[in-house]
Design a binder for this molecule. Sequence first.
Ligand code: SF4
Ligand code: SF4
Length: 761
Amino acid sequence: MAETAEVKVGVYCAADNEVASAIDLEALEKVALTEMKAALYRNHPNLSSAESVEQIRRDIGEHGLSHVVILDRSARAFPGLFEFGPEVMVDLVPLRELVIWTHDANDEDTQMLAEDYLRMYVARTKNLKRPEPQELAVERRVLVIGGGVSGMRSALDIAGAGVPVTLVEKTPALGGWAAKFTRSFPTKPPYDQLQNGDMVRELAERVNGDSAIDVLLDTRVTEINGQPGEFEVKLENGGAPQQLRAGSIVQATGWRPYNPERLGELGYGKKNVVTNVQLEQMFANGSVLKADGTAPKSIAFIQCAGSRDKEHLPYCSGVCCRASLKHAMQLREMYPGINVYVLYKDIRSPAQYELFYQKAQDDPGFFFTKGEVQRVDEKDGVLAIDLDETLLDEPITVEAEMLVLATGIVPTTSVEDGVFAPGGGEENKPDTRIRDEREEGEVELELLPSGKKVAAGAEKGAKILNLTYRLGTDLPTLKYGFPDSHFICFPYETRRTGIFAAGCVRAPMDQAQAMMDANGASLKAVQALEMTAHGQTLHPRSRDLSYPDFFLQRCTQCKRCTEDCPFGALDEDEKGTPLPNLARCRRCGTCMGACPERIVNFQNFNVPMGNSMIKAVEVPEELEEKPRLIAFVCENDALPALEIAARRRMKFNPWVRIVPVRCLGSVNTVWLTNCLDAGFDGIMLLGCKHGDNYQCHFVRGSELAEYRMENVQEKLQQMQLEQERVQVSAVAIDEWASLPELFDDYYEQIEEIGPNPFKDF
Ligand code: SF4
Ligand code: SF4
């Protein structure tokens, strides 16, 4: 984006006592007007006052300012304050955070730092424009997939918000698993009585009676094309194809039980050993009987059967303990003389459900004991369960006529049938597959149920959505097969924009939680319609109007952008030219960071902007012994962490210049080579953690940045520079206190290897 003649920058600097007593404002003014050719420079003792905002507004009119640079606090401190209409680009320099609060007052290096930030931001703003709002045609209908508790609740919520819904259920009836259960946990005081299954039936009746909800039973999704606002959905209903358009999607496809065939060591396969789900079926059939057709006089439950076990499901499903308490109570009602043994690692019955647990404990027919099951034998119709009992601290054997394995919940998005690699889900990691695929240089094809072939690659998927996205047919999943996009910050969001997850497909939960989960996902689905219609992105750059602009005349079809986009926003044609689906885009800039031709840019964030900031820094000559380090800092966690450290008045290394970025994935390697050419002695990239417990707000930007660093290392070698010249570090927001030390430690490393030899060229 070239600088144009119309660019007129006004610079406004906070000039209260705190700032004016720490730096030389006259010198700053000189840099702005003479060096950076700003049209106007003003100091103000209270920049955020109404009077000051009015002054800026007047200046814009009188001087024809197109860009305003404000040196005071970070943008986070003044949300919405400096708004001067669509024609004026406003940029805020966090002068207090990066200079005044974190460096010594009246120090030569502090002054140089302030002047550098002024240069960097004025240079940057000249390359930025306010994005134009784009109104998109949006189909005001939400597709809900899955007719269980969360799907039905979602449909009712969305319809209640005035948006029509199509609810698709693959079986002949609404209700899902919950409809198969004869009784449920208590959901109201005194929280100690079992409830009947009325809630599910009533929910289904309300859904069927709502004219804004089209219920399609016996129906599967065979293909989804398009993007938020205009998903084209193909369905199959009893062999008959059907089509509809939807603006957003809620996937509430629920769970399946963990495969008990893998639990032979806990007795599965032996006579009179069943799972909790099989026991539910017996209740539904009206009686619980042994294989010989007689009622059991004793029954044992093994809790966490295949759960909280790294060889099976490493997580807790959260409901199995209460399910067993419920089952045991049902059995005591059915057969009052029966003895029930509950063998547990821990009983997890949280909140008011403690009262439910106490009710069970008060029953003399219950026997609870804690320990690890060692083996299960069956002889003469009796099951003997050996247990390393931890309350008595000795091995015991429990004998019972029937055994129930309390198995856990596997999301329907899991492709692994409930089996996870020890250590957690290696084979489920899409990123690894992308990388392997790129090395092989070929694109894998997937066959959709509709017969269409699509490029797959990243995610094999569970063949529920059958997306025609380049990156695969279904929602990419996190560890253990759950499809959240960001488990900390954005519940319900998945890695496919406009598609939200609700209920047990998102995390194990009970019916009450599933209803609340549906509330959240439904709101998101409606919000997606509204924001898409106005061209706004969803989290984390909520309301951003910018879209990546691809200058395709110079595209070499290298496919880096299409492969790296974490949200599947980019398909490609047969030659590999990107085909953007912009409503899928979350504006992370990963495509911009990926493109070797540097032809992907945003109006308010682009490659020239970064280059101009790098060039704007005054890099002293080697003999002056004032090294210069530059840090590209992710605005999601690392930058706020830096601001927290600044508010705590921690001291920052004076040699470091900060460049905020949308995500480390948006850092184009040309910025790094330009830094080295410009004489920077060291380059830091501060982004989010990746791996299983990732916190990257754009899923994989920080990981991609590390991957791309391999190319940078090659470049360093060619330039005969040390590897340490570039360092990637992960920073979580709560690690703010470690940031000053991180800078200092890196500086020490650079000091050891000496200055960048290109400094004086
Ligand atoms: S900005 Fe991010 S989400 Fe949008 S196309 Fe580029 S990589 Fe994909
Ligand atoms: S990364 Fe750039 S050159 Fe490569 S396919 Fe995408 S737009 Fe084209």
